[in-house]
Design a protein around this ligand. Structure first.
Ligand SMILES: Nc1ncnc2c1ncn2[C@@H]1O[C@H](COP(=O)(O)OP(=O)(O)OP(=O)(O)O)[C@@H](O)[C@H]1O
Length: 235
């Protein structure tokens, strides 16, 4: 599904990705973890062709991504920060995205799931952070793509919405999709992930299951296992 070879990305003097190699061949839920600033979003944006690396090759669903964007039709993406036009109403934005994408959407079901009906006539600039995130989720899950990339999907959600999101992600996984996800909520990552990828110093430091990480670090608690990697590497 995704093959990344020798990926280098720096912003000015700051080396963020430094010869990163990654292969994702199996479907399922894969969490991309790492400390703040370790390059999770940069990696995701490189996969999406939104960040152009200095060196390296990325293939997604058998297409090389360099300056070709057709493959994005096969990806549903939830950005970490959604810059919605503040004067647009929720329903107007949803309609606009539906027109742009031109695929059959399932917006109604998702609006119901996240209880967004009372907000459809409200302007996006007037919504709370959590409600904006729910709109972001509706836009992302509205289409039926084989690859889903979620950058901090849990951001701002209340516990009930978190449970609904978790169920939704599980349902998408059961359809045989590949789902990449970043989150700083370790309990969410532990519950949902089939595999984790840990980024450190511009490379993949660890790849395996949550249980593999616990074994390798000798820490039965997931949060402590992550902390052990960070403290032993002075990250
Ligand atoms: N467009 C840019 N211009 C300059 N520096 C950038 C740019 N985008 C990212 N960076 C820098 O690259 C580094 C990696 O950023 P990135 O957002 O990929 O990290 P992250 O692992 O997703 O962090 P977080 O956990 O805080 O979301 C950071 O130091 C960031 O400031």
């Amino acid at each position: 599904m995704i093959t990344i070879t020798n990926l280098h990305k720096q912003f000015g003097n700051l080396k963020v990705l430094n010869g990163l190699n990654l292969q994702i061949t199996e479907a399922g839920i894969i969490a991309i973890l790492g400390p703040n600033g370790s390059g999770k979003t940069t990696l995701i944006k490189s996969i999406l062709g939104m960040v152009l690396p200095q060196q390296g090759e990325i293939k997604v669903i058998d297409s090389k991504v360099h300056k070709r964007y057709g493959y994005r039709q096969k990806i549903d993406y939830l950005p970490q920060i959604a810059n919605f036009p503040s004067n647009l109403k929720v329903k107007e934005l949803i309609e606009m995205v539906k027109d742009l994408r031109g695929q059959s959407p399932r917006d109604k079901e998702l609006i119901q799931l996240f209880k967004l009906e009372p907000y459809l006539d409200k302007k996006l600039g007037k919504l709370s952070g959590g409600s904006r995130q729910k709109v972001n989720l509706v836009l992302c899950f509205m289409f039926d793509s084989p690859l889903i990339i979620l950058d901090e999907p849990t951001s701002g959600l209340d516990p009930v919405s978190l449970i609904r999101l978790r169920e939704l992600i599980q349902q998408e996984k059961e359809k045989g999709k590949t789902i990449l996800i970043t989150s700083h909520i370790m309990s969410f990552v532990e519950e949902i992930s089939d595999r984790i990828i840990f980024l450190l110093e511009g490379k993949i430091y660890f790849k395996g299951t949550v249980n593999d990480l616990k074994t390798v670090t000798g820490e039965p608690n997931f949060e402590h296992a992550i902390a052990k990697i960070l403290t032993s590497n002075h990250a």
